[in-house]
Design a protein around this ligand. Sequence first.
Ligand SMILES: Cc1cc2nc3c(=O)[nH]c(=O)nc-3n(C[C@H](O)[C@H](O)[C@H](O)COP(=O)(O)OP(=O)(O)OC[C@H]3O[C@@H](n4cnc5c(N)ncnc54)[C@H](O)[C@@H]3O)c2cc1C
Length: 655
Amino acid sequence: MATAALKPLSFYASDKLCAGFSSSYQLNGGFRPTSKNSKSLYLSRDEYLKNCRIRILRSGVNCSLLPPNGCKNLPDRIRHQKRTLRACNFVELDFVTTCRDTKKKGMKLVGVKAVVDADKVAESNGVLGGVEEGSGNYDAIVIGSGIGGLVAATQLAVKGARVLVLEKYVIPGGSSGYYERDGYTFDVGSSVMFGFSDKGNLNLITQALAAVGCKLDVIPDPTTVHFHLPNNLSVLVHREYSDFIEELVSKFPHEKEGILEFYGICWKIFNSLNSMELKSLEEPMYLFGQFFKKPAECMTLAYYLPQNAGDIARKFIKDPELLSFIDAECFIVSTVNALRTPMINASMVLCDRHFGGINYPVGGVGEIAKSLAKGLVKMGGKILYKANVTNIIVENEKAVGVILSDKRKFYAKTIISNATRWDTFGKLLDRKNLPKDEENFQKAYVKAPSFLSIHVGIKAEALPPGTDCHHFVLEDDWKNLEIPYGSIFLSIPTVLDPSLAPEGRHILHIFTTSSIEDWEGLSVKDYEAKKELIADKIIGRLENKLFPGLKSAIVFKEVGTPKTHRRYLARDSGTYGPMPRNIPKGLLAMPFNTTSLNGLYCVGDSCFPGQGVIAVAFSGVMCAHRVGADLGLERKVPILDAALLRLLGWLRTLA
Ligand SMILES: Cc1cc2nc3c(=O)[nH]c(=O)nc-3n(C[C@H](O)[C@H](O)[C@H](O)COP(=O)(O)OP(=O)(O)OC[C@H]3O[C@@H](n4cnc5c(N)ncnc54)[C@H](O)[C@@H]3O)c2cc1C
């Protein structure tokens, strides 16, 4: 196991200890705002054993003495950490500067905030695979280890490329990552896992894992989402398509035909995509091959490429309430209504949830990224955490390397950015050189808002038996669907996997759209107060609508704002991703993976086909194929390449 370069540490010199630790705040992982009185640091097992009189501080209460040989006598409320503590090589401590009863012992009181086991230390110190600085031996450097970046990296490694992933944070996954607190494992973002079944061609997450020899245990979710909508409209999206249609038709019997037509077209598109081997649409040999093998499916996809779900729904459905329901169906994936959601994106998710079903990974969504990262290393790739890329090095009009915030440089034949396009072209490259294509992209798309995320642990008895895992709540007025804090997303992954929380507890991940502008310019006090106020209102709404007594059942709560998303996910303004500025022509304007800077590629949710895990995995597969061809690991015909790329560029200008 790789070890950390530990900072010298003394428990007796608090000032020295505090100095310079601000940079380790993010080692806490996740969304917890570190209080101004606390600092974080890592302690090696040896040092931990030497300093065995360290006390655990929980919520300001001095509750236990850690013996040097492990944690035999932990009180009940922290017993769930016992196993991890025993196995750990490092303990992350929260240094509290305002403790009461420590002076008599000549040492400050510290609290264990998170415990890092051997694996995670290897990850958090990042030297997985052994990385040489300044080496130009890499075929590809991937900036970021979101699902898009990891799928691209693993697929390339499988093709034989030498790949280095540089991740700013201490663990992989980005918006599909996780964090741990007080015995809870929280999903940072995604928890409805599309593309994660055991059949078809669109199960891209499963395929990406399989490519590096990984298979995760999963728990099938019987309902994708339970909608709680205005006029007390309640719709359960059952796993079985026929059950879902029956339920929807029972609410809108007069629209039976329209419902069947609309979802029928979704299936037509889904089946076309699902019948093909998915690769880069920027690679002409593959594209022509597919046209030759599956002409009808290709024509179907080409026909629907520039269309939006709302327009198609309106051809068959007249009931305004049902059309609003279709808006909500699209909104939960794209954060825009159906008129602005490309039909291809809508079809992928509206059918995948019934075709392969939604399956939740045992241990939480973070297991997917962790497994991909391990798989990458197994395939000879490398991944470096706490590696904040600040610049892409451009020489002779070609991207050739990257510079990290600590000034280290890495070089490769190709650079793939999993950062958003706003971050890639606005921050990592000189803004003066914004290429024309990117200007066009930014004209067509704006940054979608971010989220206010509330992670809570509650007493299990607060949930009625049979509670579904995922909910979407919009109480009174359809007009509130897209406004900030208008609608509420709720995931309760512990109804599927109880191991994510201590016994007798459930996790609620509650989130609602929110813009960064709403959170800027506030003093720390006002910011904290606003977080509490808004979180309290949102929780109150859930209490009224779904779970009476919810507030009093809360035993743990952390609130993250768009600023938290910006900081921990490294996404400009904490954005969810690109959102069409006007009514788009379907996916026509969405760029693929190549960029107009030679050697630079993009992957992830600001590439075709957009947001969501299935979409970014698709983007990862496409990117690896295109980069593989450019590296000589796949078939390539340069003359055709140039012609196709020009054609695609021209098509984008029509959008
Ligand atoms: C609250 C929330 C809930 C969601 N729920 C769902 C859901 O239920 N189902 C679903 O399908 N989708 C969901 N999504 C969307 C989905 O999670 C994302 O679309 C997807 O995970 C984005 O993946 P990505 O690879 O594009 O990028 P990201 O996940 O953003 O990953 C990018 C990575 O790059 C790193 N990085 C960025 N810049 C740098 C740099 N300069 N140097 C080094 N590293 C860098 C970041 O730290 C990050 O790890 C949700 C998103 C959020 C925020």
